[in-house]
Structures are given as structure tokens and as C-alpha cells.
Design a protein around this ligand. Sequence first.
Ligand code: NAD
Length: 470
Amino acid sequence: MMSEYRLLIDGQLVAGAGRMDVLNPANETVLAQCPLADLDQLEQAVAAANRAFPAWSQTPIADRQKKLIQVADAIKANADRVTHVLTGEQGKPLEQAAAEVGFAEIFCRHFATQELSSEVLLEDDKQRVEIHRKPLGVVAGIMPWNFPFLIAVYKLAPALLAGNTLILKPAPTTPLTALILGEIVKDLLPPGVLNIITDNNDLGAALTKHPNIAKISFTGSTPTGKAIMASAAGTLKRLTLELGGNDAAIVLDDADPKKIAAGIFGSAFLNSGQVCIALKRLYVHESIYDSLCDEIAMMANSAVVGDGMESGTQFGPVQNKAQFEKVCHYVESARQTGKIIAGGAIPDRPGYFVPLTVVRDIEDGTPLVDEEPFGPVLPIIKYSDLEDVIARANRSPYGLGGSVWSSNLDRAHQVASRIDSGTVWINQHCAFGPHIPFPPAKESGVGVEWGKEGLEEFTAMQVININKLG
Ligand code: NAD
């Protein structure tokens, strides 16, 4: 029997105005039915969040911290169930789904330890200037489908800690784990503090222009991010937009291909390449190009791609049909513009499976190199001149992450500082944590998530400036 999934509105689990099938990407069968909210239910969620805001924002931060610890405990207690549903709806292997749920708990516990203390900027006989951080009001968190549970939790934790109330809206193809989150924390939070609604890609605009929502925290594609910015302009909402990326990695001529291949392979193909900060363009110096291509192709050829529920599976399917078709298109275009040395043959079977595909002898100016494939396809580009390759890495409109690989850390550092992206890693890629800010550059977004700076994005700064002689 299928589980009954319900929306969370004003502290109640409720049926949706409509229903929708959620597919398992590993076999395209119906995994579950999920409720669909309509505009009335969206309005109920916004009204509930507004009603809850005054009391929640006045709740001492120590009490809000305790609530987040209870949320983290609930995630831990329900980890097995969430893990299985996550693999079912998203496709990733069970072990990686368990890791995602574990990370969600870690993010929640981290923000439960954070403070938003006021500071005295200056004080003398005449004047005292204080800086305070106040919650914004109702925040709407809009999520993508690649890490549906982790992203829901890492929006929830800082938003609620800061004293805001929240409406979460998962992506239509991965709504189930977010709905479970609502179910497991419902009784821990006052009614209306957290609301979870679902849609079929049709409620985003109503949220982003709503006059009673103060901030949008969005993770998703750059085109949708631009639509949100335009939609939010009418009410001048605060925005945090974590968008697409096309992370370049530059391998210097002194790197050891055998030593770095596993790190590069792992960060290119993690979650079957469906990671905003996956390594997506690999630039390798000509002196080690052949050997690094061979190492990475060997790993890709021996990788086990399959149903995430089956033991031994290392990489799951692409999450949904539209994305699968997009990735297949990139594979086809790469066949014309480069040489496929691993993968490339889409299996004729149910499920959105794409073998890990490695493409060499491909250049800038091709779709696979210039665009964001968001799937398990890695182009490896040869370079000879370091200045030229830095310019090529920076030519992208995106600027989420990037990396430099070298046996000489000083040299790598010099190159890293010239990469135009929010994060640059050295001899690694994709490393992150709740205490490390995650800032996008260029069209990869606006604002910052995580770290102290990410928490502060859920607040408004207020200056109190006192004339002591008045
Ligand atoms: P998407 O932009 O299509 O959808 C994301 C969310 O936005 C979904 O919940 C969707 O329903 C909603 N949405 C759609 N239209 C909307 C509108 N007009 N207004 C408001 N909301 C709307 O993205 P996706 O395909 O789900 O995710 C893949 C993309 O997300 C990739 O580009 C990837 O790089 C990016 N991503 C970025 C990060 C990051 O932190 N920078 C993390 C994960 C994914």
C-alpha cells in the first residue's frame, strides 16, 4: 500500500486540492501519489505563516535553537524511511541517500548552535551605535530535485533560527521527502511556523510576487532565477538565488594523473552529475592529457550505473524525463564534436539511465563545454598555455565553483585566485559544509547560503543610533 502524503499548512497535515503521480526514475513506474496545492492553499499557507510570525520572531533564540535540535533528532529518528523514499523519488543509491539525510541532520544541528548577537559599533561620551539583526517575516524556500531533502533542511534551519516563518515548495518531481519532513516536525513547531506545499511548476510565480512574503530563498536553474528576480521586483523582496554552474577545473602540468584522477572522477559524477557544484569542464595540460583521460575513462567504464535500490549500484538514473532527454542531447552533440572514450550508449530499458560518459578531444564553443549538462557527461579539454586556459575558464556566464589541481600548492593558489567563481578548490572539488559560506558569482546567483553570512541573509540589519546628550 502506498503511503499517504499530505501538505503541512498551519500545523495541520491536509490533503491537496489535487493529486499528482510521482515517478520512480529507475523504472518510470508510479512510486506514490502526492497532493497538489492550489492557489487557495497557497494563500492559507501564507496567512498561517504571517499569523505565526509575531510570536515566533519574539521567541528567545535559545528556544528556537532547542526546536532545531528537536528537528535534527526527528530527522535522525526517521532517517531510514526518508532514505528509502529519497532513493525512490530521486534515484540516487541508498548509501548516498543516507548520506544526504545525514548531511541534512548535520546542517540542522550546526544552525542550532548559531547566534545572531547584536554588536556595539561605536560608543563614546556622546554617542552609541548598535547593530541588530532582525528576522524578515515570511520566507518562501523553493527547491530543485537533485538534493530535495538536504536543500529543504538547509533552508529551514537558518530561516527558522533567525526567527522567520517559512513556506517550503519542493520541485514537482521530488516532493515526497519534503512532505515527510513536514510530517515528522509538525508537532515540534508552533502552527504556521513551517508550511510545506507542492505544485506542478505552477505556484512559483504566485509565491515570488506575493505581497505578504518578505524573502525568497531559491535553489534551481539560472533561467528560473531570472524569472524570480523579475517577479519579486514589484514587492522588492530579499532574494537569495543559488543557480546553475559550469564549474571548470584546471589541471596544471605538474599534477600526477594517478593521484588526482579519483578526486576528479568523484566530483564530476557525484549524484550522476546532477550537482550544481559538480566539476563540469576539465581542462588538462597537454603533457598529461592522454594519461588523465585514460585514468578517468577507466573509472567511468567500470562504474556500476543502475537502480539505486539495488546493492552494488554506484550511480543512479537521471532524475526526470525532461532532464534525461536534455542529457541524451548533450551526449549526441558530443559524438559530433569530440571523441567518446567511456559510456555514450544510452541503454534501451525503462528508467532514465545514462552511462557515465567521458568525452575527449572536444573544444570550447561546443554545447557540452559551454552549457550546463547537469548529468553524467564530462568533457576533457586539452590546453597548452596557462594564461589562455584561465581566460577560457572565466569566459562562462556562470561562476559557482572551480578548481585547480597541482603538486605545487603555491602555484595552484596563484591560479585559484584568478578564477571568477564564488568558491575555488585546490586539489579537490565540491567540498562544502554548513559553516563554510557558499557564494555564487556572475549568473550563478545572488547572495550567499551557509556560514554566518548565509544565516545573516535571513535577517534585516537594523542600526540603533543613540545621541546620549539629547
Ligand atoms: P528549476 O529552476 O527548473 O526548478 C527549481 C524550482 O523552481 C522547482 O521547485 C520549480 O517548481 C520552481 N519553479 C519553476 N518555475 C518557477 C517560477 N517561474 N517561479 C518560481 N519557481 C519556479 O531547476 P531544476 O531543474 O529543478 O534544478 C536544476 C538546476 O538547479 C540546475 O541548473 C542546477 O545547477 C541548479 N542547482 C543549483 C544549486 C545551487 O546551490 N547553486 C543547487 C542545486 C541545483
